[in-house]
Design a protein around this ligand. Structure first.
Ligand code: ATP
Ligand code: MG
Length: 159
């Protein structure tokens, strides 16, 4: 099962991210999948808004993972924002231990998550970004963890 939401412009992708925060639960790992400039960071900035992050969210490309403190009623206290585009080996990703970190009421969003899918296993949410010729993005959500979020994802997809 998968859910789609069309985002014609960058601000729509941000709004889609903010709404996606309502889908998330503590402990979630979300793999963001899409080419360079697909909108992964833009989406994450929206999620951060939805989670009540106050600091500015930028691409963590050179640091690989950044932590942002959250303030929300979802029980999510930390947003871990990773970008594994430049990793040289899966061991590097494994060392980040995102799976462990999120257990303490966090969530992790991983840009280029498909490169490290083997580390996280099937128990994740996945958001794929599909580009069209007119700058639009179709966001497609699936993954084993989406199955127990059907109501939330129905609401997200129908906005
Ligand atoms: N519908 C859209 N949704 C998202 N971004 C859009 C859209 N239309 C145009 N853009 C532009 O595309 C770019 C997306 O950049 P962003 O940094 O979010 O992508 P990214 O997937 O994180 O890239 P990278 O792989 O380099 O990390 C921005 O410049 C944004 O303004
Ligand atoms: Mg990015």
């Amino acid at each position: 099962m998968s859910w789609r939401r069309y985002c014609a412009h960058a601000p729509d992708t941000k709004v889609a991210g903010a709404a996606f925060a309502r889908v998330l639960r503590p402990g979630d790992v979300v793999l963001l999948i899409g080419q360079l400039g697909a909108g992964k960071t833009t989406f994450t900035q929206g999620v951060a808004l939805g989670l009540g992050v106050r600091d500015r969210v930028t691409s963590p490309t050179f640091t690989m993972v950044r932590q942002h403190e959250c303030s929300n009623d979802l029980g999510i206290t930390t947003l871990h924002h990773a970008d594994v585009y430049r990793v040289e080996s899966l061991a590097e990703v494994r060392d980040l231990d995102l799976g462990e970190l999120v257990e303490e009421s966090g969530v992790a969003l991983v840009e280029w998550g498909d490169l490290a899918a083997a580390i996280y296993g099937p128990d994740v949410l996945r958001v794929a970004f599909i580009l069209d010729e007119s700058d639009g993005r179709t966001l497609v959500v699936d993954g084993a963890r989406s199955e127990d979020r059907r109501d939330e994802l129905d609401a997200w997809a129908s906005a």
